[in-house]
Ligand binder design. Structure first.
Ligand SMILES: [Zn+2]
Length: 389
């Protein structure tokens, strides 16, 4: 634990106010002071700097039925700086160009099939090139990726089933090529970060973001902090065993929850019942058919066992279901909520909600972008240097 000197504090305070404005949690100097706990004088000084730098612009609040002058409102200016989000999945890669309030300016997704490392990298470069084309004020690149990763050093280590690609120093390569700071994190942590900064997750101190795809992973916020971001804790939720004599898993253990409740397992079982291949959105649309419903209920029951374990460990206020599970119909979310609340140890004390992730299918790209935004809002990426560069 290191102390903070004046420069660090100044950056932190600027980052905090910028976050409150960007996420529309506060839009006047008075509300900024109230929410941040900073003095009105400090708020005024920092906002003056933002105005001078063209980060923020003033407007006037609608008449509110009170006499006197309407308070001046603050919002991010339209021509403000941008950031790039880059998403690395097994089957596709994507990129997005956003403003500091996560407004999407450009977006592109590309499929990825059995590529060599060189093709993989040139696909990523092309995506980023297209995002950066014509842009003059870009603050950084945030990348969200399948794991395992060395988050500290920005290295993609040795993801299973990823065409033999391993040990790619993404941060170094991208920083060298683009001269921009690069921040890499696990896809589930990144998605949780988007929920925390801009989603419904903003309203909660502790929550569990669970992403279900061909694997299952999680990002866990406790008391406003992402747990174990650097070592990817939570990302491997799918390998939590729910039966020590259960299904063999590719990780070498038995009974891992993703061998029962991941998207490919559900699609395979529904496909067998229907006698033809189906994708996950279709499975979800046909949930009223008894054989489809039976597959879902069985998978969700097993997932609930896993989630009860996690809930007992970290005591979240909400569980967000994301990635492909955003397609699940409401009745299954309600069912999951009921099972978790029945199963958790603090039965009856504070009901845990189960909600769909705020950004739906866009959550992963939003998460990638939030890996940079978080650095800015935490005051770790100085705006002055970035804007002067
Ligand atoms: Zn496993």
């Amino acid at each position: 634990m290191k102390g903070y000197n004046n420069d660090d504090l100044r950056r932190k305070n600027r980052g905090l106010l910028l976050r409150l404005i960007a996420t529309a949690e506060a839009s006047t100097r008075i509300s900024l002071a109230k929410k941040s706990g900073l003095t009105k004088m400090s708020v005024t000084n920092i906002v003056d700097e933002f105005l001078k730098q063209g980060l923020v612009e003033e407007g006037e609040m609608e008449y509110q039925g009170q006499k006197g002058r309407n308070p001046v409102t603050l919002k991010l200016s339209g021509g403000g700086p941008r950031i790039v989000g880059l998403l690395i999945n097994r089957e596709s890669c994507g990129a997005v160009l956003c403003d500091l309030k996560l407004g999407v300016c450009k977006k592109e997704i590309r499929p990825l099939h059995a590529v060599a490392e060189e093709e993989f990298l040139s696909c990523l470069y092309e995506l980023v090139d297209r995002m950066l084309a014509g842009e003059t004020k870009v603050l950084g690149i945030g990348a969200a990726s399948i794991g395992p990763l060395d988050v500290e050093r920005g290295i993609l280590l040795n993801p299973p089933r990823f065409y033999g690609i391993r040990n790619v120093s993404l941060r170094e390569l991208f920083q060298e090529r683009y001269g921009l700071p690069v921040f890499l994190d696990h896809q589930y942590n990144s998605a949780a970060r988007a929920e925390h900064l801009f989603g419904i997750g903003r309203e909660y101190h502790s929550f569990l973001f669970v992403g279900i795809t061909n694997g299952i992973g999680a990002g866990i916020y406790v008391d406003g902090r992402l747990l174990g971001s650097a070592n990817g804790l939570g990302s491997e939720l799918g390998h939590m065993s729910i039966d020590y004599r259960g299904n063999p898993c590719e990780c070498g253990n038995l009974g891992c929850v993703e061998t029962y409740a991941s998207v490919n397992v559900i699609c395979e079982q529904v496909g067998r019942a229907l006698g033809r291949p189906v994708d996950f959105p279709e499975c979800c649309r046909r949930y009223r058919e008894p054989e489809v419903d039976a597959v879902f209920k069985d998978a969700l029951e097993k997932l609930a066992v896993c989630l009860v374990n996690v809930v007992n460990l970290v005591n979240p206020e909400v569980v967000f279901l994301g990635h492909e599970s955003v397609h699940l119909p409401d009745c299954y979310l309600e069912r999951m909520e009921k099972r978790i609340n029945e199963g958790k140890l603090s039965d009856g004390y504070r009901r845990i909600r189960v909600l769909r992730a705020t950004f739906g299918e866009e959550q992963q790209l939003a998460g990638a972008a939030c890996n940079v935004l978080d650095q800015i809002f935490e005051g770790k990426l100085g705006l002055e240097e970035a804007l002067d560069a």
